[in-house]
Design a protein around this ligand. Structure first.
Ligand code: ADP
Length: 615
């Protein structure tokens, strides 16, 4: 075995075959473990990952294009798996799947593409951060305890934590001041030996970061998208899949979530998009202002981008890279959401590599380990009790929510990636080509979608209910009624087509009318309208309660001999259909006025018809 001339003590070998992004290496087989990183030296410093080890050679997948590589080029083992660098300086950045900072890369190579073998640190070693110590010398600390903080952005306090599996007595801690992420920040005495720590931690992407215990979900992740928050809610720490054919609105949903959902931090993993789409997303986020905090949204976002012209292996790593960074922020006690768009592109990269390895394919050419890989991604979500305590010795809680979109070819939800995803998530927002075609956006099909979370969060909603006596049903009952109305409406669809709506009994016509109000006045939501794009919880409850109030009062009217047309002609109906775009979240009193107007118009109707008997 040849010793590398570049680095002492590093095992090295030589390329013996090249097939696409895979390379065969002889000479390293006794010195590497599965998933260790290797580096091809020479003209292009390409990184790769060991994926097979045999007695006389190993196979590695390269994270970059292998064109122009030659047989016999030297390869060294880096003796560590692909890991993420975790430290202040992550927020607002855009990385590729192996955490190379794309902004810097693009600045260096303005022509747009990336040069191979680019070596830039993931996080700047030069930027200085203002460190505020929170512990003192001689204190005992263990994994997850907060040593100090750095105000990374005006919103996010970056907690500098004792890394997992470490505990000891503090023998040195830096005083308040400016430090880079590689300066020494604290030293611990561990079993009479001293170990030095900086702000920088590293963590292998395929290994979940440890925590104490999972908790049951109890709080919704509010998305501002009405159909989600009412009918198919997701919780903090939950998992959801968004399957939908081309053009059904997956990207718009993921982007709306990134903009509006109430997670503290968003990790957006863009898989297999075109380069300019990623650039678009970045531009959008840098211009947008967070409605709650009035700060630029980019300050809470980390983007992982794998454009389709980057090699497949980097794409395969990207969702795990994203989730690892997310876990690190979860460990600080934040609510973090990972949005992966689209996991199908990720699965395709898995299929491509598996094909190169000549593995026995399972369904539709995907490898047999597709389910286990997908589950190892989604199972990293959850709301958890974290290691370590806060400054007042309280238990800290953090959450990691994962939402992955899936693009089934030809919108066929029985294909392997969609079907497998369904096994690992707690809910699905099924996007429907028919709805998208008729411009019903978001095109979430209310009959095929589901969420397993409503029972867990009904209490949360109950505490935030409106005190409207006239419409005294809580969030949980609202969803039940809406579901019933929509499914009855669906049952009536065929008979309506057959005999025409006007030939149905009044009660059935009324159901169809209320379902129309629900669809057009509540479910349809324009992601690009300033007022409509985000609905807060109070407006959501107000909007649905108003429609259900019309339902309740209307049923009474029908009993008293009125017909559906009388109700349709009420002046308020038009205003109800325009609430989404005409009443901003902050002007809730307008919704209350509208509710009162409905009641008085109905009263007036009764009076005109003389239903009230004169006493
Ligand atoms: P996909 O990612 O599934 O291919 P997109 O998210 O790009 O689809 O959506 C396609 C188009 O549908 C968008 O460009 C937009 O015009 C429209 N669209 C999707 N969702 C909405 C929405 N909520 N509001 C308004 N328009 C939407």
């Amino acid at each position: 075995m040849i010793k590398s001339k570049f680095k002492e003590n590093q095992a090295s070998g030589q390329i013996s075959a090249i097939t696409g992004s895979l390379i065969k290496i002889k000479g390293l087989e006794n010195n590497v473990r599965l998933h260790d990183l290797i580096k091809v030296l020479g003209a292009v410093n390409i990184l790769g990952e060991v994926i097979q080890i045999y007695s006389d050679h190993i196979v590695a997948q390269c994270f970059e294009n292998t064109t122009n590589l030659r047989i016999n080029e030297e390869v060294i083992s880096l003796n560590e798996p692909l890991s993420m660098e975790l430290a202040p300086g992550l927020l607002g950045k855009i990385f590729d799947g192996i955490q190379r900072p794309l902004q810097n890369a693009f600045e260096l190579f303005k022509e747009g593409g990336l040069k191979r073998g680019l070596e830039i640190n993931s996080i700047s070693r030069k930027t200085k951060w203002h460190f505020l110590p929170q512990k003192k010398i001689n204190e005992d600390v263990s994994s997850g305890d907060i040593i100090g903080t750095v105000q990374e952005t005006p919103l996010i306090d970056h907690k500098i934590m004792v890394p997992p599996f470490v505990s000891g007595k503090i023998s040195f801690i830096a005083s308040e001041g400016e430090y880079t992420i590689i300066d020494e920040i604290f030293r611990l005495k561990i079993n009479s030996k001293e170990q030095s720590f900086s702000m920088l931690q590293k963590w292998p992407v395929t290994k979940a970061r440890p925590f104490k215990e999972r908790r049951m979900p109890y709080e919704p992740l509010i998305t501002g998208i009405r159909v989600i928050d009412l009918l198919f809610p997701i919780t903090k720490g939950g998992t959801f899949g968004v399957p939908g054919g081309f053009g059904t609105g997956k990207t718009v949903i993921q982007q709306s979530l990134a903009k509006w959902c109430n997670a503290d931090i968003i990790v957006f993993v863009g898989c297999g998009e075109r380069g300019n789409e990623i650039a678009d997303v970045l531009n959008q986020f840098s211009e947008l202002i967070d409605p709650q905090t009035k700060r630029p949204l980019l300050e809470r976002i980390i983007l992982i981008a794998n454009t389709s012209n980057m090699p497949v292996s980097a794409r395969e790593a990207s969702i795990f890279s994203g989730v690892t960074i997310a876990e690190y922020f979860r460990d600080m006690g934040y609510d973090v959401a990972v949005l992966a768009d689209s996991t199908s592109r990720w699965a395709e990269s898995l299929r491509e590599i598996s094909g190169l390895l000549e593995e026995m394919p399972a369904e539709e050419g995907y490898p047999a380990y597709l389910p286990s890989r997908l589950s190892s991604f989604y199972e990293r979500a959850g709301i958890v009790e974290l290691l370590g305590t806060d400054l007042d010795e309280n238990q800290r809680i953090g959450s990691l929510t994962i939402i992955g979109s899936v693009s089934p070819p030809a919108g066929d939800f029985s294909e392997p990636v969609t079907a497998t995803t369904k096994n690992f998530v707690q809910g699905i927002w099924a996007l429907d080509a028919g709805l998208a075609y008729s411009k019903h956006y978001p095109a979430i099909n209310w009959l095929n979608s589901y969420s397993n979370y409503p029972e867990y969060i009904s209490e949360w909603w109950y505490e935030r209910d409106l005190d409207w006596v006239e419409s005294d049903i809580d969030w949980f009952d609202c969803r039940k009624q809406v579901n019933e109305i929509l499914s009855k409406d669906n049952e009536l669809k065929y008979i309506t087509q057959l005999i025409g709506v006007e030939n149905l009994p009044e009660e059935q016509q009324f159901i169809i009318f209320i379902a129309k109000l629900i669809k057009e006045g509540f479910l349809i939501q324009n992601a690009f309208d300033e007022i409509d794009s985000y609905t807060n919880t109070t407006k959501l409850l107000g909007m649905i309660k108003i429609i259900l109030l019309i339902f309740k009062e209307g049923k009474e009217l029908l009993k008293q001999g009125f017909i559906v047309n009388d109700i349709k002609k009420l002046n308020v109906i038009n205003s109800v259909l325009r609430v989404n775009r005409s009443i901003p979240n902050e002007e809730f009193h307008k919704l209350e006025n509208l509710k009162n107007k409905i009641l008085s118009e109905i009263e007036a109707l009764k009076l005109i018809r003389g239903v009230y008997k004169i006493k």
